[in-house]
Design a protein around this ligand. Structure first.
Ligand code: AMP
Length: 306
């Protein structure tokens, strides 16, 4: 079974949606990725940083799900990264109210020795120089490097971001960010331009409208499962990425056809993430629920035209 290395934020989030508001709760890209990937029983480890204000219980919860946190540095005198966002009524768009980098500002990631030969590296949302440093520390070239990012890093560190994008096989990005990165409105043209930046595979996430996978002129679309109740879309993109990378780590098949399956698994897991605030739903999610929903995905998309 493959080893999966995850880098990204482990954070405090404060979230406001039309359904309610939370104080500082557990969040962060790596947290969602790790929780999602944990459904594939792979050996996964997180590289990140938190402050002395971060409850040890959160790390224990991750450990209980077999997620290794040896690579999560605790800066005792520092404060944990904090993000706050407010969703509009459509739940597909949001305003960032605060991004406090705190301990992230001077973070130098250290990949634990036993994850330096990971088969799959999932570079979650973080400063692109941190993402690049993780790749630099690998002693064996990963079979697949996947990168996720957001507009924040495009705005403040575009050159560094373009440098790390060159080095990865897959980029997962949302539609607005794909447009910003490529300068193209059409997502087909955006994917083409992003291919030219380096990644062989481009995954464009469209929130409640599903996800598109592009590779070498080929295109695949997976819908999101239409849900009666969406409470909080925070982390859905990261949960998608975790499901995508976790499935590939488990199956060890990097063909286009299997990447399609990975997109479906990513969509499947993301559909749970949005059902409750923060990471709550992902913490309680069972294997049976995931399996059952996979059947719903099949029913939603399969048809035969005679
Ligand atoms: P998503 O909804 O998938 O975009 O992910 C939301 C998560 O990303 C939240 O839990 C935040 O803590 C985290 N996050 C927000 N802004 C950033 C940022 N600039 N860099 C890294 N992680 C972030």
């Amino acid at each position: 079974m493959s080893k999966l290395l995850v880098v990204g934020t482990v954070a405090f989030d404060a979230i406001e949606t039309p359904f309610g508001k939370t104080d500082k709760i557990l969040g962060g890209a790596a947290t969602y990725i790790g929780l999602s990937a944990s459904h594939f029983g792979v050996d996964s480890g997180i590289v990140s940083v938190v402050g002395g204000d971060f409850p040890a219980d959160y790390l224990h919860m991750l450990n209980d799900k077999n997620i290794n946190t040896d690579g999560v540095e605790v800066v005792k005198e520092g404060k944990t990264f904090f993000w706050s966002g407010k969703y509009h009524n459509d739940m597909n768009t949001r305003d960032t109210l605060a991004t406090e980098l705190n301990v992230l500002e001077h973070f130098k990631p250290v990949v634990p020795d036993n994850y330096k030969n990971s088969d799959i590296v999932m570079l979650g949302n973080l400063h692109p120089l941190v993402q690049a440093s993780v790749l630099d520390q690998m002693t064996v070239k990963p079979k697949l490097a996947v990168l996720d990012t957001m507009n924040f890093w495009m705005d403040i560190a575009l050159d560094d971001l373009l440098d790390v994008i060159k080095r990865v096989d897959v980029i997962t990005i949302n539609d607005e960010e794909a447009r910003q990165l490529s300068g193209e409105y059409s997502l087909v043209n955006a994917a083409k331009k992003i291919h030219e930046m380096g990644p062989k595979y481009v995954v464009i996430k469209k929130g409640e409208h599903g996800a598109l996978l592009f590779n070498d002129g080929k295109m695949f679309y997976a819908p999101a499962l239409p849900l009666a109740e969406v409470f909080d879309p925070t982390g859905a993109g990261d949960t998608f990425a975790g499901g995508f990378a976790g499935y590939l780590a488990k199956t060890e098949d990097l063909s286009f056809d299997n990447l399609k399956n990975a997109v479906i698994y990513g969509s499947n897991l993301a559909s749970f993430c949005v059902e409750k605030f923060g990471t709550e739903r992902m913490q309680e999610l069972t294997a049976d629920e995931v399996k059952e929903r996979l059947d719903q995905f099949k029913e939603l998309t399969q048809y035969s035209i005679k």
